[in-house]
Design a protein around this ligand. Structure first.
Ligand SMILES: Nc1ncnc2c1ncn2[C@@H]1O[C@H](COP(=O)(O)OP(=O)(O)OP(=O)(O)O)[C@@H](O)[C@H]1O
Length: 506
């Protein structure tokens, strides 16, 4: 094999007449190159690599992308190219062949779109793998583009890859549309949160606002911004119904593997160096909506887990709040509080997030403007809604009603009560679904109305009553409930948990 290092050295010596200094020989137009070969290339003393470019393009007509990348790696190993970067720049569009198709298959997403930057990175990763099989790596070739550190784990981790699937142009458009609408409270909260992410020392926020003050709108604005910048934001909520309102939302239990039975010592089911741990390490922000609904042990378990996960990346993170991550909780303490079986009022208060030792480190941001009301066009309707919203808030704040024996008695205005006869369920159904038999074929009739019930037994009662009114044979359709695969490490065999079983849970 030709010793290109020595050849290049000799060419430079011959060209410059300088027999002494290696550094001088490697200096071309004031720039010190890493090798004689690169210095030669800069002086255009070597033949150009046209033959290699032509050869690979020729092979590309029949060969697969994999074989082309392997060929390029072999050329690097044998040191045959005078200017590998130039060859790469001429050929990368050929070398990435097949990568997009492969990603679409792996991610099961036939419409996946990848940026040129990501395609190049995947191609370099492949070349790096070939080089490593031969005891080399891309870093050995200083002139070649670098693999971005964050990409090393990303392309092998479907959880991370999924978080990069957002259409960045669309995210940018939505972000710009939303951020220009934020009210002053939302804007203050927005700046605080973004500032903390940039700081990277670990911050905990609680965005406190009653229903309609624009918490979800704020989550969306921040998520759009981070996703358009190519960062990861995980949106979770304490309940499944709230999680579907968040962009890319999931329940906290499923996303973080929180145990069902929480205790002071609980930890999340996330193993160090696992795919989930890699995802958390790369995450810039975690938004956790409806936080007051969950026992404080869940947040404490999550904080310990994050310290472990981030401490594994860098030991100094183990002492930072949430391992150095920024976490934003949100919710309204007037709404549902944690369920403590057979617990007293004191037990429930002790179980909420603001009784946790973490609360002292939490910065509370308040949203106070009801954005739901601002957007009705009818001023009379607006006033009615504003009065109703104030009345609900006053109940929540405990400043309305007579306090008697530990209970508060509140007068409900008659206009929002359903007049009751001897058949209360029938009265409710007549009020919510008037002329049911006639209207049931009207599109959107059921979409615009709902009856909320406190227990599943009452739901069954109402369903049975409605079905008894409809004169045809009923047929039962099972929903397609399935168990989340997040608890992959749990001992439970997922095959035991059938759709029928899930539908029977009361
Ligand atoms: N800055 C804003 N500009 C325009 N519309 C807004 C803004 N903030 C919120 N909204 C709208 O106001 C309504 C209520 O906002 P949002 O759902 O975000 O409130 P929320 O605090 O999450 O309410 P809840 O606690 O009931 O879920 C939504 O229709 C939302 O689109």
């Amino acid at each position: 094999m030709v010793n290109f290092h020595r050849c290049s050295h000799m060419i430079l010596v011959a060209d410059s007449g300088n027999l002494e200094s290696g550094v001088d020989l490697k200096t071309v137009h004031g720039h010190v190159y890493d090798s004689y070969r690169e210095a030669c290339a800069a002086l255009k003393l070597l033949e150009d690599d046209g033959e290699f470019i032509a050869a690979i393009k020729e092979v590309a007509i029949l060969g697969s992308g994999v074989s082309l990348r392997q060929m390029f790696a072999n050329l690097l190993i044998s040191n045959t190219m005078s200017d590998p970067l130039n060859v790469w720049e001429h050929l990368w569009e050929v070398l990435v062949d097949g990568i997009l198709c492969q990603r679409r298959r792996v991610l099961n997403d036939p419409d996946l779109i990848m940026s040129f930057e990501d395609l190049k990175q995947l191609c370099l990763l492949d070349i790096d793998n070939f080089l490593r099989e031969n005891g080399k790596c891309l870093d050995d070739y200083k002139c070649m583009p670098k693999l971005r550190a964050e990409n090393a784990g990303r392309f092998n981790n479907i959880l991370i890859e999924n978080e990069f699937k957002y259409d960045r142009d669309e995210m940018k458009r939505l972000y710009e549309e939303h951020v220009s609408n934020l009210n002053s409270d939302q804007l203050d909260a927005y700046h605080e949160i973004i500032g903390a992410i940039d700081n990277g020392v670990g911050s905990m926020f609680f965005v406190y606002g009653y229903g309609g003050t624009g918490k979800t709108y704020l989550w969306k604005t921040i998520s759009y911004k981070l996703r358009f910048e190519g960062k990861i934001v995980l949106n979770v909520a304490s309940s499944g119904i709230a999680s579907i309102l968040l962009p890319g939302g999931r329940t906290a239990h499923s996303q973080f593997g929180l145990p069902m039975n929480l205790s002071k010592e609980s930890c999340c089911k996330i193993k160090l160096k696992s795919k989930k741990a890699e995802l958390l390490a790369m995450t810039s922000l975690i938004i956790w909506d409806e936080a007051p609904m969950i026992n404080k042990f869940a947040f404490e378990a999550f904080e310990r887990t994050l310290q472990d996960v981030m401490g594994d990346v860098d030991p100094t993170n183990s002492n930072l709040l949430f391992g150095g991550k920024t976490i934003v909780f949100g919710g309204d303490f007037r709404q549902i509080l944690p369920v403590v079986p057979k617990g007293t009022r004191v037990d429930i208060v002790h179980a909420t997030i603001n009784s946790s030792y973490l609360w002292g480190k939490c910065r509370v941001l308040k949203l106070t403007k009801n954005m739901r009301l601002q957007y009705s066009s009818d001023p009379i309707e607006n006033q009615k809604l504003a009065d109703f919203a104030k009345w609900i808030l006053d109940i929540g704040d405990g400043i309305i009603g007579d306090f008697a024996d530990g209970d508060t008695i509140v007068d409900i205005p008659p206009d929002i009560l359903v007049p009751c006869t001897s058949n209360p369920i029938g009265d409710i159904i007549d009020s919510i679904y008037p002329n049911l038999l006639k209207n049931m074929f009207v599109p959107n009739f059921f979409e615009d109305r709902a009856i909320l019930a406190p227990t599943l037994e009452v739901v069954d009662l109402i369903n049975d009553y409605v079905l008894s009114l409809i004169p045809s044979i009923s047929k039962e359709y099972l929903s397609c409930d399935s168990i989340s695969k997040c608890d992959e490490d749990a001992i439970v065999d997922h095959r035991w948990i059938t759709t029928e079983f899930l539908n029977e849970i009361k």
